[in-house]
Write a protein that binds this ligand. Structure first.
Ligand SMILES: [Zn+2]
Length: 70
């Protein structure tokens, strides 16, 4: 099966992030441990269904004071 990862699929994934970038299956994703470097974090992802592997990249967006969580 040819892997066709279009810009549209990537855009959709960036909005939801909960299903595979390529085949769209939810619950088939596995994330490795998150590596944090400065204000950026990376997590290797893979899909059991279509064997696609990619890296999610997170950028620090905001903080919440710990007091507000208690
Ligand atoms: Zn997949």
């Amino acid at each position: 099966m040819a892997k066709r990862l279009t810009a549209k699929k990537i855009e959709k994934y960036l909005k939801r992030g909960s299903s595979c970038t390529l085949c769209g299956r939810a619950l088939a994703l596995e994330g490795e441990s998150v590596e944090i470097d400065g204000n950026e974090a990376r997590q290797e992802m893979s899909c059991f269904d279509c064997d696609l592997r990619w890296i999610d990249i997170y950028v620090l967006a905001r903080i919440e004071l710990a007091e507000s969580l208690t």
